[in-house]
Design a protein around this ligand. Sequence first.
Ligand SMILES: [Zn+2]
Length: 91
Amino acid sequence: MQKKFSYIELLSSTFQGYKSIKCKSCNSRFRINELSRWSISALIPLLVILFKDYLLSLGKTNAMLVLGLYIVIIILISPFLAKYKQIDENK
Ligand SMILES: [Zn+2]
């Protein structure tokens, strides 16, 4: 049975390369679905494309700083964007 995972559980999964999460009530495992994973990864290049001129105007150091901050923000909000699906334990 799928339960709601906590923000911390989801964040910890993201930090471990979208590691699967075990449901504490039935021991089944859940993993981020491919579409969510792809969408979250696409947010980073999307920003670079959309704000290319702005980033270039900042200079290399500031642009890296802004990008770094943006990546941290994406990681922090990813638990709200990610959809998880049950996976086969034997796979
Ligand atoms: Zn369950």
